[in-house]
Ligand binder design. Structure first.
Ligand SMILES: C[S@@+](CC[C@H](N)C(=O)[O-])C[C@H]1O[C@@H](n2cnc3c(N)ncnc32)[C@H](O)[C@@H]1O
Length: 208
């Protein structure tokens, strides 16, 4: 089968899908990410695939910086401390180190999921934290078969934590993790993942 490049993926009906939940509030973010999200003065938080940004608006405070990034320009009104960027997360990066990077049910739709995780870890300030919903089953070999334990081992060897049951990935502190896989392209015909929504499989081959 032919795999999609980034531009084709962004206009795929699986990614530009109005049935997906873009409206989670802060309580839902706390549950999904398993963190308290106490924003203290000076905190810099980037939320990738932020959807409407409802959770961010609920957390916003003048003395913290929150940036929500999404392909779709459909946000709650910005407020002091909160801004939105309309861009593919695959091409965007912050202009200064950040204390927190989150991605709530967004990686399921991203093409190069592993590349984004590696880049996001590199944005962290010392002591910073990355946490995201992530399903290793969405990362596949060129022939469509799952990497299974090979992938979870590679993630852990690179310094990521991965909770198989909660399908949650994390990284602590500034890092330059290396994952030995080469991105090939995306499959938007993979069907529903564990969330029940159609998701995108990302195909990789081993780096050698
Ligand atoms: C299921 S929604 C989750 C939204 C929000 N995090 C929430 O929980 O309410 C997934 C979001 O990912 C966005 N998205 C998908 N692929 C993206 C990409 N490559 N770059 C930026 N945003 C993307 C979609 O536009 C959508 O708003």
């Amino acid at each position: 089968m032919s795999l999609l490049d980034d531009e084709s993926l962004w206009s795929s009906s699986v990614v530009a899908n109005c049935a997906m939940n873009r409206e989670r509030g802060l309580a839902s973010y706390r549950r999904e990410l398993g963190i308290d999200l106490p924003l203290t003065a000076g905190t810099r938080w980037v939320d990738l695939c932020c959807g409407s940004g409802k959770a961010l608006a609920e957390a916003a405070r003048e003395d913290a910086t929150i940036i929500g990034v999404d392909l779709v320009d459909h946000h709650v009104p910005a407020r002091p401390g909160l801004s939105f960027v309309v861009a593919p997360v695959d091409r965007w990066e912050p202009d200064a180190p950040v204390d927190l990077v989150t991605c709530v049910h967004g990686l399921h739709y991203v093409g190069d999921k592993l590349g984004l995780l590696v880049r996001a870890a590199s944005w962290l300030a010392p002591g910073g934290r990355l946490v995201a919903n992530f399903d290793v089953a969405g990362v596949r070999r060129a022939d469509g078969t799952p990497f299974g334990a090979t992938l979870t081992k590679a993630l852990r060897d690179a310094g990521f934590t991965y909770d198989n049951r909660k399908r949650r990935i994390g990284f602590l502190g500034h890092g330059q993790p290396r994952l030995p896989f080469v991105y090939l392209g995306a499959d938007d015909k993979a069907g529903p993942n564990y969330t029940g929504q159609p998701a995108v499989h990302s195909r990789y081959e081993d780096e050698d």
